[in-house]
Write a protein that binds this ligand. Structure first.
Ligand code: COA
Length: 299
């Protein structure tokens, strides 16, 4: 059964959002939820067929939507797509950077070009899109009031908070995305009234990322260690995005919100709870009777 939005259906009424990677996965679900809550949607992606079917899908919910082909690694594409979005809808309120590249590989097997490719898509691509959007999304931009800027939302991950196997390139790329989020929040929040926030998804079911990175056998096993014992849904990420994009989030700037069920904090449980109770009482009893900080007498 589809999860329902707890938000009112007009919280993004009149807003215009451009989403990179908006044609599939998390990006598409954010597009759909933004659209269902009143926004007009432009999605950017590399593959025309993917964009076409995503646009039809969005339109089937009555959402005003267009697809714009382009690669975030190409500055001319970024510029053209932002311009076309504004030409179509008159302004730009929200930019979501959800385009990402990923594959599993060990550091010794990863070529420098493979490392660079993911940084180019995730980190440089995010920066390029932000820069090309600036003149439209800042306060006083076309169709905007002179006091109110828009929102940039960058999708990263939690895997660089610690370290992850076979993800050195992605961890480096997402760490850079988070740095872009914080630095722009400071600089463009101050100068242009643009809020810049991030969402760091954990493992989200039914996405290309999950199919690539967490085959069923692995994700079933890792579920045992998760605080909430379950994968997230694309819906969970879209609800966080809606919160940050709506007026509910109007004082939130420079925040990167993990939406991972607490997974990045989690560790396997080595002792069952009952054993901890027993052990803890015994150790406590012993320690109360033992002198603290006094070396045992040698006499
Ligand atoms: N293992 C090791 N290296 C890989 C790789 C893999 N699975 N896939 C790509 N690379 C390397 C290539 O070997 C190449 O490096 P080289 O020139 O030294 O050989 C480099 O990455 C670029 O590969 P290429 O296929 O030319 O890049 P692309 O621009 O066509 O593809 C990717 C981009 C690699 C990110 C591709 O996986 C992709 O487009 N994925 C779709 C998006 C996605 O993954 N979404 C999920 C997000 S979580």
């Amino acid at each position: 059964m589809e999860s329902k939005s707890p938000f009112k259906s007009d919280i993004l009424k009149g807003k215009v959002a451009l989403l990179t990677g908006g044609g599939s996965g998390i990006g598409l679900e954010i597009s759909r939820q933004f659209g269902k809550h009143g926004a007009s949607i432009a999605i950017m992606g590399r593959r025309k067929s993917v964009l076409d079917s995503a646009v039809s899908y969005l339109q089937s919910f009555g959402i005003p939507a267009i697809g714009l082909q382009g690669d975030v690694r190409k500055q001319e594409d970024a510029k053209r797509v932002v311009e076309l979005t504004v030409k179509q809808f008159g302004k730009l309120d929200i930019l979501v950077n959800a385009a990402a590249g990923n594959f599993l590989v060990s550091p010794e097997d990863l070529s420098p070009n493979g490392f660079r490719t993911v940084l180019d898509i995730d980190s440089v691509g995010t920066f390029t899109m932000c820069q090309e959007a600036l003149n439209y999304i800042k306060k006083g931009g076309p169709g905007r009031s002179s006091t109110s800027g828009g929102l940039i939302l960058n999708i990263s991950a939690t895997l660089h908070y610690t370290a992850s196997w076979y993800q050195i390139h992605v961890a480096a790329a997402k760490a850079a995305v988070d740095a872009v989020t914080r630095n722009l929040a400071l600089e463009w929040g101050t100068d242009y009234d643009i809020r810049v926030n991030g969402i760091a998804p954990g493992p989200i079911g039914d996405t290309a990322g999950m199919r690539k990175l967490g085959p069923e056998e692995i994700s079933n096993k890792s579920r045992e260690y998760m605080p909430l014992y379950k994968l997230g849904e694309k819906h969970d990420i879209a609800m966080a995005a809606l919160y940050l994009a709506s007026d509910a989030g109007k004082y939130i700037n420079g925040t990167i919100m993990p939406v991972d069920g607490g997974l990045w904090l989690s560790r396997p449980r080595h002792l069952p709870k009952d054993a901890v109770k027993e052990l803890s009482r015994t150790v406590e009893k012993k320690s109360r009777n033992a002198p603290v900080g006094v070396p045992p007498s040698k006499l």
